[in-house]
Ligand binder design. Structure first.
Ligand code: HPA
Length: 272
């Protein structure tokens, strides 16, 4: 099966399970999945119901699409994503993004937990993603171009849409939620970084580091979606903080800030 056939096959299976047409696709990162419980749900599709669909193995990640409404906006929420470090081909990692685009989603709202590199950040802060560095993971566009999705050499000069960023900024202001801004760098993981790697990331211009998101933004940009993203700074990165890093800390911080995060994301989406 070609990649395109595999995608078509997954799209067909989902369409048999729901005829919901989303406008906004939202990917919920580590520990941020609780938001999904607050939407007006219409349909749920478990990833395991879709033959050939990549399934996440990470603790704290559920594996399902939730279709429904946030205010009047039709959304599809991915509760749990797949990561490159799980061993999937990068094309499979972004298959869900392409699938949501094919179901009709025009906007992709990315969220993640990330390590703070910028010294002005603190654990628990939110960072509006202004741009990314994806040079340490393979591009999901490598291989024969999927012409039905987009062009061979897509422009990447404004991946994170300025209008959507404006909506998130003004929503944060209205809700009195402090919002940082910065560049997200994706590394492969699953190990956290060394202090020397974090110094490298800083020298390259990154403000936060994680193991997802940028490859999804590349696939979505290729497919013509409008993109925005927020990182929850779940910990300060290696060497910035004195403490050893743990997945437990990442989840605990995400849990602690979940209520604010939920209201920022929900209120932003209601204007999209
Ligand atoms: N590094 C990489 N990924 C992460 C981190 C980190 O410090 N925190 C949460 N995801």
């Amino acid at each position: 099966m070609t990649r395109e056939e595999k995608l078509n096959n997954c799209v067909e299976q989902v369409k048999k399970l729901t005829d919901f047409v989303p406008r906004v696709a939202l990917i919920l990162g580590s520990g941020l999945g609780a938001l999904a419980e607050e939407i007006e749900t219409v349909d749920i599709v478990e990833y395991k119901q879709i033959d050939g669909f990549p399934i996440s193995t990470v603790a704290g990640h559920k594996g399902r699409f939730i279709f429904g409404y946030i205010d009047k906006v039709p959304v599809v929420i991915m509760q749990g994503r797949v990561h490159y470090y799980e061993g999937y081909d990068i094309n499979d990692v972004v298959l869900p993004v392409r699938l949501m685009s094919r179901l009709g989603a025009k906007v992709l709202f990315l969220t993640n937990a990330a390590g703070g590199i910028n010294k002005n950040f603190n654990a628990g802060n939110f960072m509006l993603i202004t741009d990314h560095i994806a040079s340490f993971v393979p591009s999901p566009l490598i291989g024969p171009n999927m012409d039905s999705l987009g062009v061979r050499f897509p422009d990447m000069s404004e991946v994170y849409n300025e209008d959507l960023r404006g909506i998130i900024r003004s929503t944060a202001r209205e809700l009195d939620i402090p919002l940082r801004e910065g560049v997200y760098i994706q590394l492969t993981g699953p190990n956290y970084e060394t202090p020397a790697e974090i110094r490298m990331c800083k020298a390259l211009g990154a403000d936060a580091v994680g193991m997802s998101t940028a490859c999804e933004a590349i696939a979505a940009n290729h497919a013509g979606m409008k993109i925005c993203g927020i990182s929850c700074i779940s910990n300060m990165a290696s060497g910035i903080s004195e403490k050893p890093l743990s997945h437990k800390e990442v989840q605990e911080t995400a849990d602690r800030v979940a209520p604010l995060f939920k209201s920022l994301v929900k209120n932003s989406i209601s204007k999209m």
